[in-house]
Design a protein around this ligand. Structure first.
Ligand code: PGA
Length: 255
């Protein structure tokens, strides 16, 4: 089956890399992925490195994303960064609602929705993360959890906005643990999300929205995940911190 959606591989660097390390990384990555044009590559450095990475990648096909954002565009919000500021820094993507933000920083579905709407207003593309915890999977409520997060996160958007965005399905128990969801479990939930988008926003949005899998993605498991009909790419944490392994993942996604 040929997918019409362009695969998207995004590296979530979390709280790793100085700006010097980040610049050296993307210089190497740019050379390593030259010519691989049938997959979109995104790196999401920490805030300190956004501008130097954008500058290093000027003219390159690799895009830059941020890992978080506030929903207001300015104001007395100490420690926060706004969609306009990320746009100004040269970002194209913003990860929103990562499970670490939900777990450690009190991110709620309501705030995820505010952030998604705010970044769309600034012409940025959200990578909205959803996913169940281990206890939720074990009690058989994965789809219920993912439905609630997806419905709430996308509330009030137009079909066109949803069509252009990226959703990342990341089972929380698979993040940073070395335990990947099986290809069929990942496909099942991602297919469920696409059906939900179809119900809520129509067939065109469902056919166009790109849905990534995330959680212990490695060079060895990328190819079979990407072969699933509804999986359009990966959100990669640990394995995106090393040029060699990130490049292998990108290569596996081009096949
Ligand atoms: P991991 O992280 O690849 O290290 O499991 C994925 C993520 O948190 O996006």
């Amino acid at each position: 089956m040929v997918k019409k959606r362009k695969p998207i591989i995004a590296g979530n660097w979390k709280m790793y890399k100085t700006s010097t390390e980040a610049v050296a990384f993307v210089q190497e990555l740019e050379l390593a992925v030259a010519g691989m044009e049938d997959v979109e590559v995104v790196v999401c450095p920490p805030f300190n490195a956004l501008v130097p990475v954008v500058e290093t990648l000027r003219g390159a096909v690799i895009s830059v994303g941020a890992q978080n954002v506030h929903w207001e565009n300015q104001g007395a919000f100490t420690g926060e960064i706004s969609p306009g500021m990320l746009k100004d820094a040269g970002c194209r993507y913003v990860i929103i609602g990562h499970s670490e933000r939900r777990q450690f920083f009190g991110e709620t579905d309501v705030n995820v929705n505010r952030k998604v709407k705010a970044v769309l207003q600034y012409g940025l593309t959200p990578i909205m993360c959803v996913g169940e915890q281990i206890g939720e999977r074990e009690s058989g409520i994965t789809e219920k959890v993912v439905r609630t997060q997806t419905e709430a996160g996308l509330a009030g958007l137009t079909a066109g906005q949803v069509a252009g965005m990226v959703i990342a399905y990341e089972p929380v128990w698979a993040i940073g643990t070395g335990k990947t969801a099986s290809d069929s479990d990942a496909q099942q939930v991602i297919g469920f999300i696409r059906d939900l988008v179809n119900q809520l926003f129509g067939a065109e949005a469902a056919a166009q929205v790109r849905i990534q899998y995330g959680g212990s993605v490695k060079p060895q498991n990328t190819g079979s995940l990407m072969a699933q009909p509804d999986i359009d790419g990966a959100l990669v944490g640990g394995a995106s911190l090393d040029v060699e392994s990130f490049t292998q993942i990108i290569k596996a996604a081009t096949r």
